[in-house]
Design a protein around this ligand. Structure first.
Ligand SMILES: [Fe+2]
Ligand SMILES: [Fe+2]
Length: 345
């Protein structure tokens, strides 16, 4: 079934709370944020707004610049560049693509969050620009931005994600929309995290601490994004059960986990103390299990029950706010905002 994007001016529409749905509603084009149906969205708004910060104000990047030149090994530099390159891509595609999905969301309170999200993704891009400006010269910066031109594994990865989004834009049907949502969910909830773990590991070794602080702010935002897509997906399951496709979810998770492990190993190799094939695999699978739990689904890797990076969790604290993303993560985080999660929904 094909989808029609929201009309921007539709005085005869009906977006009353009683008839409002997460998608496929009859929007009016008027943003009435006083009458809201999705109460979690309301709480999310506050959290997202309070996450505001200015990347240029993160201090210590000069020290990072000296460390990059004098203390990082060649392998660590390669990992630093390669991980940043992938993160830059992820945030770019989110900034560019989110409005395409928001056009089909028919609850103004959720559309509002997607606008804030797109803004935050753009701030993430600005954060990378600030990091790169401080750490490396102009030639190296370009190399990092366009690393995917030379690196086939990175290109394969980016192409997979890009195609999921392109497919929906070219052919906006139910299946492609649902695939796109799971793509967003994986991107926000899985793809970033080995990169984050890398920067945490460096910081744990007293290296590149300002970069890691910048990354912590980004992660804090990403956590709200994965929460938002969890909410959207849960609503879809309730309101449009025919669209909910468990096989597709598991298939996409399997591919994402394989690619994430392969890419991380390719970029990091055995060059960073504390990260190896085994930790990457465990971590990625543990994360996938956690994300499936959020969707009310059984783990894909029940044999993996612990994160190998528990010692890094203290680094995930920004302004006293814990952003640990395993059991406690989204659950505690949501509880603190009056939103209790349970697996059943
Ligand atoms: Fe982001
Ligand atoms: Fe995000």
């Amino acid at each position: 079934m094909s989808f029609i994007p929201n009309k921007i001016f539709n005085p005869t529409g009906d977006d009353s709370v009683q008839s409002r749905t997460i998608i496929k509603g009859n929007t009016t084009g008027l943003f009435n944020l006083n009458n809201t149906k999705y109460t979690r969205a309301k709480s999310m708004y506050t959290v997202m707004i309070w996450n505001f910060r200015v990347p240029e104000k993160v201090s210590g990047l000069n020290e990072d610049s000296i460390q990059y030149k004098q203390e990082l090994t060649d392998g660590e530099k390669r990992a630093y560049d390669g991980i940043l390159s992938f993160l830059i891509f992820l945030d770019s595609i989110q900034t560019v693509n989110l409005p395409n999905f928001a056009d089909y969301i028919t609850a103004p309170e959720v559309q509002l969050l997607m606008s804030i999200q797109a803004y935050q993704e753009a701030i993430h891009s600005q954060s990378y620009a600030t990091i790169l400006e401080s750490i490396v010269d102009a030639n190296k910066r370009d190399e990092i931005y366009y690393f995917r031109r030379e690196n086939s594994i990175l290109l394969e990865r980016n192409t997979y994600i890009g195609k999921i989004y392109e497919d929906f834009i070219e052919n906006p049907n139910d299946e492609n929309f649902f695939r796109g949502l799971i793509g967003n969910f994986l991107l926000e909830g899985l793809y970033f995290y080995n990169g984050f773990a890398f920067f945490d590991t460096l910081a744990d070794h007293q290296k590149m601490k300002a970069t890691d602080r910048m990354i912590s702010y980004i992660r804090r935002d990403e956590l709200t994004h994965v929460t938002m897509f969890t909410n959207i997906l849960r609503e879809i399951k309730k309101e449009f059960p025919a669209m909910w496709n468990e096989k597709l979810i598991y298939d996409m998770f399997t591919i994402a986990v394989e690619q994430e492990i392969k890419r991380t190993e390719h970029i990091l190799g055995d060059n960073v103390i504390g990260i190896n094939k085994n930790t990457t695999e465990k971590y990625t699978k543990r994360l996938a299990n956690n994300r499936l739990w959020l969707l009310g689904l059984d783990p894909l890797y029940p044999e993996v029950t612990e994160s190998p990076y528990q010692h890094l969790e203290r680094l995930q604290d920004t302004n006293g706010e814990k952003t640990n993303f395993f059991e406690s993560t989204v659950i505690n985080y949501s509880q603190s905002n009056g939103m209790k999660w349970s697996r059943e929904f």
